[in-house]
Ligand binder design. Sequence first.
Ligand code: ASP
Ligand code: MG
Length: 634
Amino acid sequence: MSLIVQKYGGTSVGSVERIQAVAQRVYKTVKAGNSLVVVVSAMGKTTDGLVKLANAISPNPSRREMDMLLSTGEQVTIALLSMALQEIGQPAISMTGAQVGIVTEAEHTRARILHIETERMERHLNQGKVVVVAGFQGISSTGELEITTLGRGGSDTSAVALAAALRANFCEIYTDVPGILTTDPRLVPQAQLLAEITSDEMLELASLGAKVLHPRAVEIARNYGVPLVVRSSWTDEPGTWVTSPAPQGRSLVNLEIARAVDGVEFDTDQARVALLRVPDKPGVAARLFGEIARQNVDVDLIIQSIHEGNTNDIAFTVTTPILKRAEAVAAAIAPALRSHHAKAEEAEVMIEQNIAKVSISGAGMIGRPGVAAQMFATLAEAGVNIHMISTSEVKVSCVVAAEECDRAVAALRSTFEIEAEEERTRGQGGQRGQGGQGGQGGQRRIIEETSPLFPPSPLSPLSPSSPPVRGVALDMNQVRLAIRQVPDRPGMAAKLFGLLAQHNISVDMIIQSQRCRVVDGIPRRDIAFTVSRIDGENAQKMLSQAATELGWGEVVLDSAIAKVSIVGSGMVGQPGVAAKMFEALAQNQINIQMIATSEIKISCVVPQEQGSKALQAIHAAFDLAGSEKFVVPA
Ligand code: ASP
Ligand code: MG
């Protein structure tokens, strides 16, 4: 007998018939010998309707009253579902968030869950009842017992948090799609259903998967080792399992981390190889990394930055023991990469040893501007200069001088309030490499790679090894900004991204160029980054002004870009994955404008009009295509 938490989204309970169908499924699950807590959303588009009503009265309603209003949607569904269950002879009781004791911060419209009382639910479960809980809502504990909501899409979060608090065997998320797909089937008809995905991969695919599963829910599942499955409520298909490291016995107090960052990681055994002035045309990255893969050299971070003129810089990091080999490959290939441009300068290889990578990670940084800026400001205050920046959805990594690593890590831990022990609980802390033995001064930290140990269910035997690439995503909603000639000294990135954060502009990819140029006696670099399309022009205007005041160069906006990404835990320690992605783009004559990576993700900026072609090419290159057709609602 299992204790299961099932969650049904809006469309799954969108009508009386659908609610009755859900009651049947719940009934069957109970009859199979399970105890059940069911979390529901508001019916259909009810919540949108309530928002419209509010806006018809006030353009800017009080957040408290919004919570009062929006929490009513779920209350309708819990009562109706309980009635439907009782009608077919299944004892059931509905409970609001307050009645359960889902205690949240007193932060209206975006509260995070602090803890969940389980006694009352357990009492009813022991009496053989199904407990039907209103998703998306809770109650503040301080003072006035205020009704709060968790933010749009918050019922997923309610469900997984309940599963964690009750120590349920697993949590099922029922929705109107069959599960998580390898990519968007509207752009790639060959997209396939995934049998499983890790929670870390899911977080990196937030832009692809967010509509199916809220990132906050994924983070709770990961932190508490809750096995999660996303399935269609229309069929009996098994859906997609989202696997997490085995539970670490983490405290259930402050259940949802109210912090943006939950890990600080570092690696002091790194060296950087940079190729300066490679031609800006399709196939260059493919050639370079193809050769590197053939030599079996495993690279960690890769970045490609843009430049004035028609050349790029590409830099990557490797572990110190394989630096010699990496350098040899780069040196051998550099002359062949020479641009055919009339006055082209030759590509140049630059090596930097004694560097370290420090990273912050956490799902809480999604949609929270200012986290990267806070990291840069912290490093600036500690007097640490940033040599290289690379970002992904849930991670920011900076390359710094090795002798400054300890200082950087200590400062970051104190800013983000991370205890040294907590880092171990992070999944995917490893690097894309087998790693060598304790590099300089034995400081190198090896963070074990976590594996999805928890057998989710007999339905889904876990495959022994994960494929290098699990999913491919395209983001057409970003634009790129580049700032020329930013002085290369501590504090510049902090200033720049601090300004953006102050204007509430979230930054996605960030890349700092490798090439330094001395202008007016000051060494300078370019910094490029992407922001949401809607923020592009504002950001440019605001930064142009700042640039004039601070003596930075021009601020260039390019709106005709798209970002394609591959995600997969299996790429850790597997040479050749990046090369394959770049090769797929090269074969289609698609020029890569920017590259940024994390351990389990590689993103490329490409011309916008080639975005979906790029997605298709990469999807095919990693053998993700299949013949089954999946339709998802728009
Ligand atoms: N009903 C809420 C919303 O539409 C919560 C949810 O469905 O997850 O955002
Ligand atoms: Mg939803």
